[in-house]
Design a protein around this ligand. Structure first.
Ligand SMILES: Nc1nc2c(c(=O)[nH]1)N[C@H]1C(S)=C(S)[C@@H](COP(=O)(O)O)O[C@H]1N2
Ligand SMILES: [Mo]
Length: 547
């Protein structure tokens, strides 16, 4: 379709520009014409980009409204972002975690929005001359979004709809506004043409904002589980634990608490929007290589024996000295009896657990049955799991990194083998099995801090989850390793905080290193290794300026 058809009565935009000076040499026609051409060209590009952006926004708003019916994760931007996460190569994922930390999702969303905005702007400009091509490309944007959505592991066929309809809406709005805009920029344009374009653009923008924000609010309300969470009455633990004694903390200023407050607990997952799982709809299926597959509801789960257990959870992506580790008191039902009830076949060595958003995590059957407190947790630090930490139910296995044990929004346990099944992170370069490595961290003072000469208090934390922690040593500059004072131990599954009185710290810049020994007597390795494939190693080292 030519522009004339699209514009009805339009004229070729890049045709010869009438020379306002009438072509007279005395009026420097060359200069004037070039300038006029430039500005009118600039105006046309700006109009096109504006039309594209407004059309794109209208499309996204329609997508958001449709997603009220089909679910938050099916909305175009969310689906595209989730798909982008799934194809993110490991090096880029590592780069993002290292540089953006828990902000990585906002960075990704900004990237997706920017891509869509750029695409929409360019297509808006294109639409003025090549309506056909532009509309096909707009529709293609929708199709790409729809494919991104429907190929998510937890997708329904209906997830095609938001993006497809978004693409359609964007194409229609783009066509309509392009027509108005072409008319408005014609030399013969009336003030009514101009008004029509302005009103059309502003009206669509307002409508898109209302529909988009309204749709988003509606989604949040419709899939809200905070009430269900607040109403959840936690079962009382069969082993109600006393508070950990005050001596688990070395009482050094600036050192974080022994139990990580839930609000400060690190969060790592691939979920762009937090899955909202209503306990009333929750089911856990145990199947695969078992004698008696079964399914339980949340109500049934609550009737089981619940226990409290203090445990430190760590992410494999935690760099040496990094923040992706937390210690909490969990409330859960032991996992081993559930596996025994199902009757695991000989040879089955892997529990492939799955979340409602399709994450898959592979854990050794052995680790669940060897007597450690592997559990299906429903609460942390005395409260129902926060939504972002897996409400209503997550898995936990002491001693294993989160990506091989700590499935949030858990819904499925498939008993299988490591030989026949890959969990999500395995093809992405991470080891299928990954016990937590012994690690230690200096938290006080912060690296680069300046402290007064004399006695300097050093403090930090160290963990060798499930093996227990036996010793922490500190080294100043290249001196001898000296034993730090360990705060009292809670369980072998928790970290242990430590302190060290650095006497006679002299003026100058010093290097402070830390290393730990686990409960088996093995000293933490000094070999420097990156987080891929199964956890970083090396000694945390800080610089301290003594003045
Ligand atoms: N459903 C789901 N569960 C998940 C993940 C995920 O991406 N999706 N990430 C795992 C990883 S890598 C870690 S380290 C822990 C982090 O748990 P937290 O966010 O509660 O600290 O959750 C694990 N469970
Ligand atoms: Mo992790």
């Amino acid at each position: 379709m030519s522009e004339q058809q699209a514009g009805g009565q339009g004229r070729a935009e890049d045709g010869p520009t009438p020379d306002p000076g009438g072509g007279g040499a005395q009026q420097e026609p060359g200069f004037t014409t070039a300038k006029t051409r430039l500005t009118s060209r600039g105006r046309r590009i700006a109009r096109g980009a504006l039309v594209g952006l407004v059309a794109g926004g209208a499309g996204l708003a329609v997508g958001e409204l449709v997603a009220v019916a089909t679910g938050e994760a099916s909305a175009p931007i969310t689906a595209a972002g989730t798909w982008a996460i799934s194809i993110t190569p490991t090096w880029l994922e590592q780069f993002a975690i290292r540089n953006f930390g828990s902000n990585d999702k906002n960075v990704l969303l900004t990237g997706v929005y920017t891509t869509v905005a750029l695409g929409a702007g360019v297509l808006g400009v294109l639409a003025r001359r090549w309506w056909n091509v532009a509309s096909i490309l707009v529709a293609l944007f929708g199709v790409v979004g729809a494919i991104a959505a429907v190929t998510r592991p937890a997708a329904h066929t209906s997830w095609l709809l938001p993006s497809l309809l978004a693409g359609l809406a964007a194409a229609l709005v783009m066509r309509w506004l392009t027509v108005l805009s072409l008319r408005e920029l014609e030399p013969s344009a009336q003030s009514s043409d101009r008004r029509r374009f302005v009103v059309g653009t502003l009206g669509t923008t307002a409508g898109a904002l209302i529909a988009g924000l309204g749709g988003n609010a509606w989604i949040k309300k419709r899939y809200n589980v905070s009430e269900a969470r607040a109403e959840l009455v936690l079962p009382s633990p069969a082993n109600a634990l006393p508070e950990p004694p005050a001596t688990v903390h070395p009482n050094v200023r600036g050192l974080g608490p022994f139990i990580t407050p839930t609000s400060e607990f690190y969060r790592v997952d691939t979920a762009l929007t937090v899955p909202r799982v209503d306990p009333r709809d929750w089911k856990l299926k145990i199947h695969g290589m078992v004698e008696r597959p079964f399914e339980i509801t949340f109500e049934e789960l609550l009737s089981y024996r619940f226990e409290e257990h203090d445990m430190t959870l760590t992410c494999v992506s935690n760099p040496v000295g990094g923040p992706y580790v937390g210690n909490a008191r969990w409330l859960g039902t032991p996992l081993a009896p559930l596996l025994r009830r199902a009757g695991i076949h000989r040879g089955a060595d892997m529990i492939l657990s799955k979340s409602t958003d399709g994450m898959t995590i592979g854990s050794p059957v052995e680790a669940v049955l060897d007597g450690r407190q592997a559990m299906l947790a429903i609460a942390m630090n005395g409260e129902a799991l926060p939504e972002k930490h897996g409400f209503p139910c997550r898995m936990l296995i002491p001693g294993l990194y989160g990506y091989v044990s700590a499935t949030k929004w858990l819904t499925d346990l498939n008993i299988t083998t490591f030989a026949s099944s890959d969990a999500y992170w395995t093809p992405r370069g991470y080891s299928p099995q990954a016990p937590v490595k012994t690690a230690s961290r200096i938290d006080v003072p912060k690296s680069g801090a300046t402290v007064p000469a004399g006695t300097v208090m050093l403090a930090g934390t160290a963990w060798a989850t499930h093996r227990g922690l036996a010793a922490v040593e500190v080294q100043i500059d290249d001196g001898a390793w000296r034993e730090a004072t360990l705060a009292s131990a809670d369980t072998p599954d928790t970290w242990r905080q430590w302190s060290f009185e650095w006497a006679n710290a002299t003026k100058g810049t010093h290097k402070v290193k830390v290393r730990a020994t686990d409960g088996t007597g093995a000293v933490q390795t000094s070999a420097v290794q990156d987080v891929v494939p199964n956890g970083s190693t090396g000694y945390h080292t800080i610089t301290v300026r003594v003045s």
